[in-house]
Design a protein around this ligand. Sequence first.
Ligand code: COA
Length: 260
Amino acid sequence: MGYSNLLVETADGLATITVNRPDKLNALNHATLIEMAAAFDAVKADATVRGLLITGAGPKAFIAGADIEELAKMKPLAAKDLAYFGQQVYARLEKLGKPSIAMINGFALGGGLELALACTLRTISATAKVGLPEVSLGIIPGYGGTQRLARIAGPGVAREWVLTGDMYDAAEAHRVGVVNRISAPEALLDDTRKLAQKILSRGPVAVRLALETIARGQNMTQQEGELIECDMFALAATTSDMKEGMRAFLEKRKANFTNS
Ligand code: COA
């Protein structure tokens, strides 16, 4: 499929989706959200793609939020539909079954930070800024931000970030656990690709099962989550990759996983 607002490429098992509206700091309009949904489905369906990197075009922004020109015209029920649609698109990303990394190369605000929060991991340029400025516009985050930020960084951080609408630098975002790694701007792409390739080099079925186990455990008690962990652990033990991973260790060689 051709995209108007996204660039999509794949190399070495890693798909890269670049939101490509640099003149508007990659703001997410409705058309871009629709394209994203299709791009996530394509990544999920393609067995040769084992991981996803998401970033923004141009030197300034990852994504500077939902498109305020569109938001300004919304009536309440349209706002509800839009938030619901955005949440569904981000849920597809979260449930890819493949690891995803948001590479925050510049401003990640509002819906942009919310997209990054729906990814498995987040890397950030040392000069980037992030935040949820919606309350300054008289709205609240609507693409899962109130929920994911509280789960990732805790409700105290979520309350401060959402209620002040402030922007934070990369060091602060890292300090409170919103992002995983900081890189110098010129090293960000290389560092992020290396992180992705490290994960892709691990047992693919194990990576998928681990992702699912952590995700399902978020809405359960510790005990319930551990029961899921037992089942997933047993499922991993049925795979050829488990046999290969253990054999490779014992034979002191690199594992040759087959995703089976
Ligand atoms: N929606 C629509 N357009 C946006 C946008 C958004 N979320 N963010 C930036 N843009 C547009 C600007 O309107 C401007 O367009 P123009 O050149 O046609 O006037 C262009 O992108 C460049 O942005 P500009 O504001 O001139 O850049 P800046 O460097 O002065 O400021 C920001 C950068 C990120 C601080 C500022 O653009 C901003 O605050 N954006 C809105 C962030 C936001 O509130 N997001 C949450 C939305 S719910």
